[in-house]
Structures are given as C-alpha cells and as structure tokens.
Design a protein around this ligand. Structure first.
Ligand code: ZN
Length: 449
C-alpha cells in the first residue's frame, strides 16, 4: 500500500515538474577542451552527479563544476525518477611546434595598400582586440619596414609604428605620400566638421584626451599633420558625445558632435537613443539554468527600456523589435543612420568552461572609448543600487557594438544567465521591468549632470 502511495506521489510530482533539466553541456556526448566544465540546469528534486549531491538554489537552479581528465569522462546524473549519462571527451593537448615569430626587417621600405574596408591598424603584431589604433578603409597607402607574426610593421612617422595584418593589404609600386590640397571648417547645428581635401588616402588616428586630436600620416611637409579640437571655444572635450572620421573619395571628413541641448526638467527630451537587444533569430546567445534564451530576455528588457525612455521624451531607435537575426555591423550602421547619441546594447552573460558560474554574478557594463566610460559608470551605479545584483564592474573591451565612435556606446551584461541566482531573478518579468527603469534612470542622471 505504501509503495502505491509513493508511486502516485512521484507520478503527480512528475507531471507538475520535469524530473531535472540539464541545459549545458548541450549534448550527452560532447567534446570540451578544458580542464574543467560545468553542468547547468534546474531540478525539482535532489539530484546527484557521480554520487555527489548537487546544491540547488530555492528555485531549483544549479551550476555544478566538474574536473575533466584527458580522454573520456563519464558523468551519471541521477534524480528520483530519471537518470542521464554524459560522455565528455577532453582531447589530448596538441604540442605546438614553437615557431619563433622573429621580426624580419626589410632592406628597403615597401608601400602597401589596404584591400578592404574596416581594416584594423594595431599597436602590437597580434590580434588582441584592445590594441586597435584605428580602422582604415579600402585604398589607404602605408609604408612598411618589416614583418612579424603575419603582420607588417607600418611606419607612421619617425616616432610611431603600427602593425597591420598582411592579409588586409596588397603591394603597390606607388609612393605612399599625399598632399593636402586644402582644409574646410563647417559649423552646423549638430556637428563641428573639418574636411581635409587630399590627393590620396593616408592613414589617420583620432584620439580622445583633454582635446580631441586627429593625426594624418604620410602627408607632404608636416607629417603627421595634426589638428586639435576644439578649434572653437566653449567645447568641453571631457564630455564628448561621439565623433566620426571617414573618407569620402580622397576627402577626410572629421565630425565631432556638439553637446545636445539639455532641458534640465526633461533631460532626455529629444535625445536619440539606440536600444539594441543582443542576438536574435538563429543566434540564441546564452542559455539560462532554466533553458531561457538570452535573445528573448534581451528583447523583453529592450522593449521595456523603449517604453521608459519614450515616457521621458527620448527618441528611441530599436535595432530589432522581433526575434530576428541582425548582424553586428548592421546594428551599428542603423544606430548611426538614425543619428543616435547613445547606443545601449542589452545582453546576459555566460562563462567559458574553465570558470565557476557560482563565483561569477551580477551586472557589468562594457565600453571601448573613454568618451563612453562616464555613461557606463553612471548606469552601473543606478543598476546596482536599484536591482539586487552584484556589481561586476565597468570594463573596457573590444566588442563590435562598443567600438562605435559616433555615439556613446555601451554594452550591458545584466547578469550571468548560467549563475543559478542571477538566472532565477533575470527571468522574472518584474525584474526585467525594473532593469529597464534603472537603465533609463541612469541615462536621465547622466544627462542631468
Ligand atoms: Zn549576449
């Protein structure tokens, strides 16, 4: 009789709740090249992995770290009514032949020319993300003096070198020097614009500091040709609101956005803000302990943020409004076409296999250019004081969305979707609304000050 009761009890429980769900590793047969990994999921009941009890939070979410030996690793996950076997293979580490990447100096300088748009010029001969000095369009002539690691060493001037991937350029017999024909200065409602008419495209670097500086290299006479901004009074370079530098033919057009007019009673009135819900369509992003897709959570928060900002009088441009795939470059281009002053990208965080999801939690905000850092700090302050999540810091990172200079561009990782507690909160509709409110309050404060 007692057995029957127990069976009925388990059946009822079984109907109201899947025994347990493992969302990561994604497959029961996986290859993971790491010394450890984790099981992420949720369960209504106690469960064990290889006989060890798995701690769950009050909502049933768990993240359980396991070491991996080289070769096959078997994990048996067992709850009262279900058992699953995972076979995870950790491959034998490849012994890399130590190809010493020595620098080769050429006997004489060569000229190369960029063969596509958006080519990164770097401070070191590695693809390290953050070492980007600038991005060059198609057809820019450069003088190179040597090579290392698949990169050419670029001579910018007597003091400054840079590196460019060999694959991004082709050789040319042309001389790399250009002539400045004349310079025009324009002053319109929104921008200070400087147009430098050249007879060919040369490398350039724009930098932010106590002034904005544009340097054009390989120009006849004074090289680099340097223009400091502001060349007008009453412009505080510590508060930049975006700038751009691009070629139109051989004319280099440098635009610096004027500070928007702020109505202190309604600081966001008339301000164009691009709201970007990360991922979408075929790209799910991270998967939470409960199986929620990051793309859906991002879109929910973005929609609430759109409503909050509209209430405050902002003009909001959404890079996506539905579950559709939009490329990174398209997102940035659309924000710029709509003349956004602010670009806010909404995401949820995850971690690589070798880190512990129980030890990483909370909100972090990423920026790339100094101009966006005060905004990132202001919004993070507001989010961490209004929402019950850990402060996971403001961080500089080379992400496509934050490498946009035209607007103050930030990327918010609201929380870690694979952290049990974060994932339990982030899925709540009330929390998503509160997150949007905190971001919107942060934006309002930023413009008020
Ligand atoms: Zn994401």
């Amino acid at each position: 009789m007692r057995k029957v009761f127990l069976l009925v009890f388990i059946l009822i429980l079984g109907m109201s709740c899947e025994a347990f769900e493992v969302v990561y590793p994604k497959s029961q047969q996986a290859t993971i090249n790491s010394a450890s990994t984790f099981f992420i999921g949720n369960s209504c009941y106690n469960l064990t992995i290889n006989g060890q009890k798995v701690p769950r939070n009050s909502k049933g979410a768990f993240a359980y770290v396991v070491p991996l030996n080289i070769g096959e690793n078997i994990f048996e996950i067992e709850g009262p009514i279900k058992k699953q076997i995972y076979k995870i293979t950790r491959p034998t580490p490849k012994s890399y032949a130590t190809t010493a990447h020595k620098q080769i100096d050429f006997s004489e300088y060569k000229t190369v020319i960029t063969k596509q748009d958006n080519v990164a010029l770097r401070s070191t001969p590695i693809d390290a993300g953050i070492n980007r000095l600038t991005h060059l369009p198609l057809g820019v002539s450069l003088t190179v003096s040597g090579e290392k690691n698949g990169f050419y060493k670029v001579i910018l001037d007597a003091q400054q070198n840079a590196w460019i991937a060999k694959d991004d350029v082709i050789n040319t017999n042309e001389n790399s020097q250009a002539k400045i024909i004349n310079i025009e200065y324009l002053d319109t409602d929104e921008f200070y614009t400087c147009i430098i008419h050249l007879n060919k495209k040369v490398p350039f670097i724009m930098s932010e500091g106590s002034t904005m500086t544009l340097k054009l290299y390989n120009v006849e006479g004074e090289s680099p040709y340097t223009i400091n901004f502001p060349y007008t009074q009453n412009f505080d370079c510590k508060k930049l609101y975006g700038y751009s530098g691009e070629y139109l033919g051989n004319d280099f057009i440098w635009k610096v956005r004027k500070p928007p007019q702020i109505d202190s009673k309604q600081p966001l009135k008339g301000i164009t803000i691009a709201v970007d819900a990360g991922h979408g369509g075929k790209e799910c992003g991270a998967i939470s302990c409960f199986g929620d897709k990051e793309k859906d959570i991002n879109l929910e928060i973005a929609r609430h943020l759109q409503q909050e900002l509209k209430k405050l009088g902002a003009k909001v441009y959404m890079t996506r409004t539905h579950d559709t795939y939009v490329g990174l470059k398209d997102r940035v281009n659309k924000a710029n076409e709509n003349n956004a002053v602010i670009l806010v990208s909404i995401h949820g965080n995850a971690l690589p296999d070798n880190l512990d999801p129980n030890k990483n939690s909370g909100t972090s905000i990423f920026y790339y250019y100094e101009q966006a850092r005060p905004l990132a700090e202001c919004i993070l302050n507001e989010m961490t004081s209004q929402l019950n999540l850990n402060n996971d810091k403001v961080r500089q990172a080379s992400l496509a969305l934050v490498r946009n200079t035209n607007a103050l561009s930030i990327l918010i990782e609201v929380g870690y979707l694979i952290n049990p507690d974060d994932s339990s909160i982030i899925r709540e509709s009330d929390f998503q609304k509160a997150t949007a409110k905190a971001i919107s309050d942060g934006l309002e404060k930023f413009f008020k000050n």
